[in-house]
Design a protein around this ligand. Structure first.
Ligand SMILES: Nc1ncnc2c1ncn2[C@@H]1O[C@H](COP(=O)(O)OP(=O)(O)OP(=O)(O)O)[C@@H](O)[C@H]1O
Ligand SMILES: [Mg+2]
Length: 263
């Protein structure tokens, strides 16, 4: 991987909330290329959300460094944007109002904000709901608003923290398909946290496994060709491997856990 295309660089990063007595994660190294769709997979409580916050620059690492190599914040765009598990919409704002919220403070006129919000809503197929209130939306529609709010600021890095975790299987599937289409259209670099192995296998170019206490990167696997069929034998085999990496069953002392698998 060349330095030229590395958008995110995490070097020997560690995070402790108690001055170094206990670490949530430690010795984390990670390079993310521009345009890549990277999934971060790991059990609940392992530190996935914390790692995202560190990469976004919301929390400083206790050890090591993280760098987001993007241009300075420009008019109308942000360096990164986050989609939460629960959409976190403002109930007193319409769908469009919620999307426009992300654009405040970016130096755009009211009509430019309106225009940009409309474009983002079109991407997530919510143009018809622009003047509705969050309470009038389904869970899937709310998540779409969350995705639109993040996309509208044209981020160099789109971070998604289990964005479809609370949805039913059918809605989740359709949002996954839509996200892939948006990713192919916008060429965004995506960092997508999930604890769902099949979701990671369906979406990502690359899957990072975070496990252990303190957590570290226990696997870094590349997944090839698209479109994907997670029920194919190759991906089933990879799923088994991911399961054992998450469970900590592959001893990194014996197995070269940095090994990349091409399927
Ligand atoms: N401010 C804090 N002070 C102390 N510990 C914290 C703080 N914030 C988070 N933690 C702890 O850090 C660990 C990692 O939390 P984090 O939310 O990053 O996990 P996660 O992998 O995102 O889990 P989930 O899949 O359930 O969302 C947890 O054990 C949590 O209790
Ligand atoms: Mg989390």
């Amino acid at each position: 991987m060349s330095d030229m295309t590395s958008l995110v660089r995490v070097q020997d990063a560690g995070l402790s909330h108690d001055g170094g007595k206990n670490f949530i994660f430690r010795h984390v190294d990670l390079d993310i290329e521009e345009g890549q769709f990277v999934a971060v997979l790991g059990p609940s409580g392992v530190g996935k959300s914390t790692l995202l916050r560190v990469i976004m620059g919301l929390i400083a690492p206790t050890e090591g460094t993280t760098t987001l190599s993007t241009a300075r914040e420009q008019t109308g765009s942000r360096r990164s944007a986050l989609v939460f598990q629960d959409a976190r919409l403002m109930p007193w704002r319409t769908v469009r109002g919620n999307v426009e919220l992300g654009l405040e403070g970016l130096g755009l006129s009211r009509s430019e904000r309106r225009q940009r919000a409309e474009e983002a809503l079109e991407l997530v197929k919510l143009s018809a709901e622009a003047t509705r209130w969050p309470r009038q939306l389904s869970g899937g529609q709310r998540q779409r608003v969350g995705v639109a709010r993040a996309l509208t600021v044209n981020p160099d890095l789109l971070l998604m923290d289990e964005p479809f975790g609370a949805l039913d299987a059918i809605t989740r599937k359709s949002l996954q398909t839509e996200l892939l289409a948006i990713w192919q259209k916008t060429k965004k670099t995506v960092l997508f946290v999930t604890h769902d192995i099949d979701e990671a296998l369906l979406l990502a170019d690359r899957i990072i496994v975070l496990a252990g206490k303190p957590a570290s990167v226990r696997g870094d696997l590349r997944v090839g060709q698209r479109p994907r069929d997670p029920s194919s034998p190759g991906l089933r085999a990879l799923a088994g491997r991911l399961r054992s990496l998450i469970a900590g069953e592959e001893d990194p002392g014996n197995t070269p856990y940095w090994q990349a698998a091409e399927i």
